[in-house]
Design a protein around this ligand. Structure first.
Ligand code: MLT
Length: 252
């Protein structure tokens, strides 16, 4: 089975994802935040393509049923309830049962684009659920669903980002090992091999990868150093969110 890593959605060509099992990664910070929100009891997350879409989405809901969150080029969305720090999404009291509408500069669009490309539900992954997300892909692939596995990195403003590529490499290794146990051999694309090499070279150095990345340095410079520590916690959670084309919910 082919395993591919797409370094950013801008690198996707038409039909690349068609029929594939897909996971989307945005370690800093959209997928780390979505996973955390769902663990905290949020009912669903609506990843939006624009700020306007998010604002229109919440406009028709009762005020106590939703939260508007995310960021636009690093800044909170005017009028929003929350930004895009996973640490803001940890209060079960605040999160329980809420619908979150979120727009972020790279991550929410990557989820939508991956869904549009593969035409099937998309898994949401980050370092904080890397093993659970990989195991879910293995289970689905071993059940012969999909023509291959594609891991889509959200990247940064159209280009690659080291932290997503590192996480993708960790997934590649886990997926290859997992599929082998089911008697399925994997063929890695060149990007999947390169991601695996980066993950191997940085084993045990997740926080170092995040702090030395461009986006990590940017987040530190605007006061979010704690987000890097949180987002680097490998396998903090064992849940896997899934996007069905409209909402992200926890896979049962
Ligand atoms: C994004 O989608 O670009 C990110 O999640 C940005 C961030 O909040 O750090």
């Amino acid at each position: 089975m082919k395993v591919d890593v797409i370094v950013a959605p801008t690198f996707l060509k038409e039909d690349d994802l068609k029929g594939c099992l897909c996971a989307v990664i945005d370690v800093l910070r959209a997928t780390s935040t979505i996973i955390t929100a769902l663990v905290s009891g949020v009912a669903e997350v609506r990843p939006c393509l624009t700020v306007d879409e998010a604002k229109k989405g919440v406009a028709k809901l009762p005020r106590d049923s939703y939260l508007l969150g995310g960021e636009d080029m690093g800044k909170n969305i005017p009028g929003s309830d929350l930004g895009n720090s996973p640490l803001e999404y940890m209060s079960e009291e605040v999160m329980r049962g809420k619908v979150i509408y979120s727009y972020t500069s790279n991550g929410t669009g990557a989820i939508r684009k991956a869904y549009a490309g593969c035409g099937r539900p998309v898994y949401v992954a980050a370092l904080i659920n890397v093993s659970a997300a990989s195991a879910t892909l293995v289970k689905a692939a071993a059940g012969a669903q999909g023509k291959g596995i594609a891991i889509v990195c959200a990247g940064r403003y159209g280009g690659p980002s080291t932290e997503d590529f590192f996480c993708a490499g960790m997934m590649v290794d886990r997926i290859a090992r997992g599929l082998r146990k089911h008697g399925v051999e994997t063929q890695l694309s060149d990007t999947a091999s390169a991601a695996s090499d980066i993950a191997a070279a940085n084993r045990g150095n997740g926080l170092g990868v995040l702090t030395s990345s461009e986006h990590g340095r940017f987040l530190e410079s605007i006061g979010f150093a704690d987000d890097l520590i949180f987002a680097s916690r490998i396998d903090l959670y064992s849940v896997v969110p899934i996007f069905d084309g409209e909402r992200v919910v926890l896979l049962k």
